[in-house]
Design a protein around this ligand. Structure first.
Ligand SMILES: NC(=O)c1ccc[n+]([C@@H]2O[C@H](COP(=O)([O-])OP(=O)(O)OC[C@H]3O[C@@H](n4cnc5c(N)ncnc54)[C@H](O)[C@@H]3O)[C@@H](O)[C@H]2O)c1
Length: 382
């Protein structure tokens, strides 16, 4: 019986942002080991990262192509690959690893183009491989509890949603006196790397996925106003939308909202009650039943059951945050991998991680927003 998991990583060198979060999150499970990687196209950074994480020299690869080819020939090949490179590379890297028969966990936005995302989704399905997409906010315990309340009918019929993700970190992009190179944005502001969007792709897609996860509804159509402030890509977007059940909603994402760091907040309104969850206070969920006083639920308390309780690691009041949300996503994905390898059937809970279909929806959403914004905010079907 298989009980341990080995994985490889493409991207995520020692100086990169999200790669280390993935590694830390996976390490929450003691039966996992990082054994292979192509952490950077820069040889020095690649080797330094491999040495720091004790990845053997013969499994430190100069390119992702070489990594996929060589790993596929090994009897002890990796169980899955994590892709945490910039947006322009996700499609080619994921395709190569799927072709070689590997399970994939890919950063978002899944691809540049909708057709590319759909192709990866189809390949994973046809090859019976597990494909995860790193929409980690649905890994938070209280987001899972919110979904449970909705599934139990506590909100009644969903009639309106409101999501926002304001950040301030790219406010310098609006400055005419600060030089391009001194600005923070790096590849995110470059259409050749980021694709058609910066802000909406980077953080707007997180709103879309979190709302969709909690409600079980998809965005059906939308109209958007996107703000570029003389930059090549959007830095702010306001989206008016209709969900698959006819409910309406508003999503706002911004990288130029002074006073906000990672201010993801979602509010869901139904005929019987409402929910509010704020990423910067992730252990709380506000639930207001119709005609009653608002109630605050806390992770770790006895009254919080379901997946939120199952995935809790430490007692309530000791805050579980961003790393744990990623870890919950990976724990679920890796449990599914092990069960699958051992021929066990997968339950609904085993599949409770963001998948390729969610990835496709995210790419469709961001294309619809940018398309609408460029066409005088016309309504666009997602
Ligand atoms: N899920 C989330 O919450 C979240 C958060 C941050 C970033 N992201 C996504 O993660 C991805 C990476 O973002 P980041 O901020 O970590 O970027 P980053 O620039 O900090 O890191 C990118 C890494 O990829 C490496 N790289 C680039 N091309 C490569 C290639 N062809 N082969 C091997 N390595 C290569 C770089 O050397 C670097 O190590 C982006 O798609 C971004 O949208 C997601």
């Amino acid at each position: 019986m298989k009980t341990t998991i080995s994985y490889g990583m493409v991207g995520g060198d020692i100086n990169a942002f999200i790669g280390k979060v993935h590694r830390g999150a996976i390490a929450f499970e003691p039966n996992t080991t990082l054994v292979a990687g192509c952490f950077s196209r820069n040889l020095e950074k690649n080797l330094l990262t491999a040495q720091t994480y004790r990845v053997p020299a013969d499994r430190t690869y100069a390119s992702y192509e070489e990594m996929a080819d060589q790993e596929s020939l090994r009897p002890d090949k990796i169980d899955f690959v994590v892709i945490c490179t910039p947006n322009n590379t996700h499609y080619a890297i994921a395709k190569k690893f799927l072709e070689k028969g590997f399970n994939v966990f890919c950063e978002k936005p899944m691809t540049w183009e909708i057709t590319e995302a759909e192709e990866l989704e189809r390949m994973a399905r046809e090859k019976d491989l597990l494909f995860g997409v790193a929409y980690a906010y649905s890994g938070y315990h209280m987001v899972k509890f919110a979904k449970m309340l909705v599934d139990e009918g506590k909100l009644g019929k969903i009639i309106n949603v409101n999501g926002e993700y304001p950040q301030e970190w790219l406010i310098d992009e609006l400055s005419e006196t600060i030089s391009k190179t001194a600005k923070f944005s790096g590849w995110r502001a470059d259409p050749k790397v980021s694709g058609i969007s910066n802000c909406t792709g980077d953080i707007g897609t997180h709103i879309e996925h979190t709302v969709s996860y909690i409600t079980g509804l998809r965005v059906k159509r939308l109209c958007a106003r996107t703000d570029y402030f003389q930059n090549d890509l959007d830095l702010n977007s306001n989206v008016l939308l209709e969900l698959s059940n006819g409910a309406s909603g508003v999503f706002w994402s911004s990288q130029v909202a002074i006073g906000h760091m990672n201010g993801l907040r979602v509010r869901i309104y139904g005929t019987l009650g409402s929910l509010e969850w704020i990423q910067e206070q992730p252990e709380q969920l506000k639930f207001t039943p119709r005609g009653e006083a608002p109630q605050l639920y806390y992770r770790g308390a006895g009254y919080v059951g379901g997946r939120a309780a199952e995935l809790s690691r430490i007692p309530g009041g000791h805050i579980e945050g961003h790393y744990e949300a990623f870890a919950n996503m990976y724990k679920t994905y890796m449990t599914a991998l092990l069960k699958k390898a051992n021929g066990e059937p997968l339950t609904e809970n085993d599949l409770d991680f963001p998948n390729a279909t969610d990835g496709v929806e995210g790419v469709k959403f961001l294309h619809a927003v940018i398309n609408s914004g460029k066409n005088d905010s016309k309504w666009v079907t997602v």
